[in-house]
Design a protein around this ligand. Structure first.
Ligand SMILES: [Zn+2]
Length: 146
């Protein structure tokens, strides 16, 4: 959605001037101070931007958990109060955990964590199977055969 705001105000006292008959050529005196100078304001604001993401998982036959879980997409940061871009790779085969959170607008890295997966889960607070990070749906995983 693009929001466009047009307004005219009195340059002398700041009073907002209402009415569409107002023109620059024949301004009516300001109802408050009688001034005829006008300040016009136009602002355009993009309020919705499309975000997309993906999630890839790979699981060996008979394994409870996928040996690789790779995702990237929008995630709501409660601490920042805004939408951020979350990339997370859980690679059980190579014992690797990668997580990076970047600001959508500036591209700045907010959080970056990369460590052996075994150490990451030793922290005790990690809950890799919980959907707590922004509602990227878990795709259904058909049984695989090697
Ligand atoms: Zn005025």
């Amino acid at each position: 959605m693009t929001l466009i705001t047009n307004n005219a105000s009195c340059s002398d006292c700041g009073q907002l001037i209402a009415g569409s008959s107002e023109t620059l050529e024949e301004p009516k005196p300001c109802t408050q101070c009688g001034g005829t100078r006008r300040t016009f304001g136009v602002s355009i604001q993009e309020t919705v931007v499309a975000r997309d993401g993906y999630r890839v998982t790979n699981r060996r036959a008979g394994a409870k958990k996928p040996h690789i879980d790779d995702r990237a997409g929008p995630s709501f940061s409660h601490s920042l109060g805004t939408l951020v871009h979350l990339e997370r790779i859980i690679d059980r085969e190579n014992d690797r955990y990668f997580e990076r959170v970047t600001n959508y607008d500036s591209g700045a890295v907010i959080h970056h964590n990369e460590e052996p997966l075994s150490q990451h889960f030793d922290h005790g607070s990690a809950k890799p199977e919980r959907q707590t990070d922004g509602g990227i749906p878990t795709p259904s995983e058909p049984p695989k055969q090697d």
